[in-house]
Write a protein that binds this ligand. Structure first.
Ligand code: CO
Length: 247
């Protein structure tokens, strides 16, 4: 069941989203080669707590850290560890903050040093996929139009759209209905109502979309071990468009 939010609730989600945005800006200003993914997680945790919020991922379903830090072939849910970031890596940092009982969620893929042009293009197109996904989005838009637009853009570049992870609603829970796939057919799915808050998060692979989950039960890698990128924002559906809360 989709929980449509009132303005008071949206204000609280907006506050959580502001903290998430600032956290990612802070990470972006610090992240560099030589740092471990655990150190990235420490930056995230420190910033969120200093902002008077809590890291929603910590302990969620047993997840052991504050952020998902996913390097190169890791698509999502990378567990921060001793892996050292090196020149040419891409690293997605997925941050969810809980401020006074409401969550905000966003992810950025950062380039470390000199990233190859091919991989840079993947990162750029993944970001573009989000903006394609929200093109024309407003109250009354069929839900799967979002995925249709994301998929069309990604596949036009020969990339693979991850199937087994999707965007989602958000609010008092980090994951609420509906599920928001990054693929789909135009004109299908429920018509979205104003006040619906969604996390739209294209996860795009360099070639094949198939993923494997490692034995830790979390880390999702591309089956072909080629890189994947991830870009996410929390948005609210309005009568006449969409408001992005994490930008
Ligand atoms: Co999310």
């Amino acid at each position: 069941m989709i929980h449509v939010k009132n303005e008071k609730e949206i204000e609280r989600i907006r506050e959580a989203c502001r903290i998430v945005r600032e956290t990612l800006e802070f990470v972006g200003s610090r992240i560099q080669a030589g740092m471990s993914t655990r150190e990235v997680d420490e930056l995230v945790e420190r910033y969120i707590r200093a902002s008077g919020a809590n890291p929603s991922c910590l302990g969620y379903g047993g997840f052991p850290a504050s952020a998902c830090v996913s390097v190169n072939e890791v698509v999502v849910h990378g567990i921060p560890n001793d892996r050292i970031l090196k020149d040419g890596d891409i690293v997605s940092v997925d941050v969810v903050a809980d401020k006074d009982g409401y969550h905000g969620d966003a992810c950025r893929t950062f380039c470390i040093g000199a990233v190859s042009p091919e991989v840079k293009q993947l990162v750029k197109v993944t970001e573009e996929c989000f903006f394609k996904g929200i093109e024309g989005l407003r109250a009354g838009t069929p839900l799967y139009d979002i995925g249709y637009r994301v998929q069309k853009h990604a596949e036009s570049h020969g990339y693979g759209v991850i199937r087994s992870y999707t965007g989602h609603g958000i609010g008092r829970e980090m994951h609420e209905d509906p599920s928001v796939p990054n693929f789909g057919r135009l004109g299908t799915g429920m018509r979205l109502k104003a006040g619906t808050v969604l996390c739209i998060e294209p996860m795009i692979a360099m070639s094949d979309w198939r993923v494997q989950v490692l034995r830790d039960g979390w880390t999702a890698v591309t089956a072909d071990r080629k890189p994947a990128a991830h870009y996410e924002n929390t948005v609210v559906i309005r009568e006449d468009g969409v408001e992005v809360l994490t930008l």
